[in-house]
Design a protein around this ligand. Structure first.
Ligand code: NAP
Length: 341
């Protein structure tokens, strides 16, 4: 049996990955998930009877339960607060056994140039052509502190390999067992609801790549299938950086496209659309949301990040889902009414 450990299975991305991998029914794969809440065990076991084992460590990644699971794993799919938390990487470094693989989920916020906020970028980073750059960013880039620790594992333990999967903005509804919505796009109707107005952040001209959660889950499935069948087709460690993107958006177009469902579902009235109102200033945002959230919104929704998933496509992966704009009605509806299934 090959032991697969999944983190973040109660989350948006890890849940979708788990769901897809269980549906694939890989022969000889023994799947366990690491959780930090007892209440999540029953729903996960009920959704996948006999297909998964769940272990709880209430202290999170510093819990000895986690280190024990890591010691036993042949493959870890790490998607639980993975891009920003270093403590689980220390546990992997210490406890992964020879021959093990870490699939680490990061994010393409690492590509953002913070001196160019509010501007569209023409720079598209390619995970094949730009591989040297992608694995050597200065430490002040978001996620780089964690990624450098991931890349260091193989240097310290040459018999352990890693792959970094770096998605852009992920949209759509996850098929995962617990949390099924993301933060970035669903946050926009939440902000609009709070002030009963939909407004741009800055010029709105900045641009991002994006990926539907189902297409991202497809990629995790293909990655795992390829590793189990023929790992020589994959790149690892300093070469093993994989983007996964299916489309692009410009913030102005996206926030404008939200006007319609926000008015339709009566979150805002037709006088308070992004077409009719000026952009947020940071001072206004801070007054409503507090300095920390305001700063985050003002940065993310004015940032650019464009990536090209050349390596994933060479493995036969293709994005198949609808574009981000076509999911906005559902995003607003789910924000207001929750999920119906
Ligand atoms: N969503 C996106 O658009 C997007 C885009 C690019 C990259 N990413 C990256 O993908 C990863 C997953 O994101 P997500 O959207 O799935 O986030 P999410 O829905 O907030 O899920 C986070 C998951 O991490 C678990 N977790 C958090 N802290 C933990 C700890 N200390 N110990 C154990 N488990 C912990 C949570 O468990 P609980 O249920 O106990 O809270 C939950 O299962 C993140 O690294 C994120 O940065 C996401």
């Amino acid at each position: 049996m090959t032991k697969l450990l999944v983190t973040g299975a109660s989350g948006f991305v890890g849940g979708a990955a788990l769901n897809r991998i269980i549906a694939s029914d890989f022969p000889g794969l023994d799947i366990s998930v690491f959780l930090r809440r007892d209440s999540q065990v029953a729903p996960i076991l009920a959704k996948y009877p006999g297909k998964v084992t769940a272990k709880v460590g209430k202290a999170g990644y510093t819990d000895p339960v986690f280190a024990d699971l890591v010691k036993q794993a042949d493959i870890v799919l790490h998607a639980g607060h993975s891009a920003d938390e270093t403590s689980p990487i220390d546990v992997f470094t210490e406890n992964l056994k020879d021959g093990a693989l870490l699939i680490h989920t990061s994010g393409t916020y690492i590509l953002t140039d913070f001196t160019e906020l509010d501007k569209p970028t023409s720079r598209v980073y390619d995970d094949e052509q730009d591989i040297k750059l992608l694995t050597s960013w200065p430490i002040d880039h978001p996620h780089r502190n964690v990624e450098s620790k991931v890349l260091n594992i193989h240097k310290l333990k040459p018999a352990v390999n890693s792959i970094i999967v770096s998605p852009p903005i992920v949209y759509g509804i996850s098929t995962g067992p617990i949390s099924r919505t993301s933060k970035q796009i669903p946050k926009l109707p939440e902000i609009a609801d709070k002030v009963k107005a939909n407004r741009l952040f800055g010029t709105g001209l900045a641009n991002w790549s994006n990926i539907h959660i189902n297409d991202l889950a497809d990629f995790f499935e293909i990655l795992l299938a390829t590793y189990l069948q023929d790992p020589s087709k994959l790149s690892f460690n300093d070469q093993g950086y994989y983007f996964v993107e299916g489309g692009e958006h410009v913030w102005k177009k996206l926030i404008s496209a939200l006007d319609e469902p926000l008015v339709k579902y009566k979150v805002i009235d037709s006088q308070h659309t992004s077409e009719k109102l000026p952009s947020w200033t940071l001072a206004e945002l801070s007054e409503v949301f507090g300095a920390q959230d305001a700063h985050q919104f003002y940065e993310v929704y004015r940032s650019s990040s464009r990536s090209k998933a050349t390596k994933a496509r060479k493995l036969g992966w293709q994005p198949k889902e609808k574009d981000i704009y076509s999911t906005l009605d559902e995003t607003v509806n789910v924000y207001l009414n929750g999920l119906s299934d």
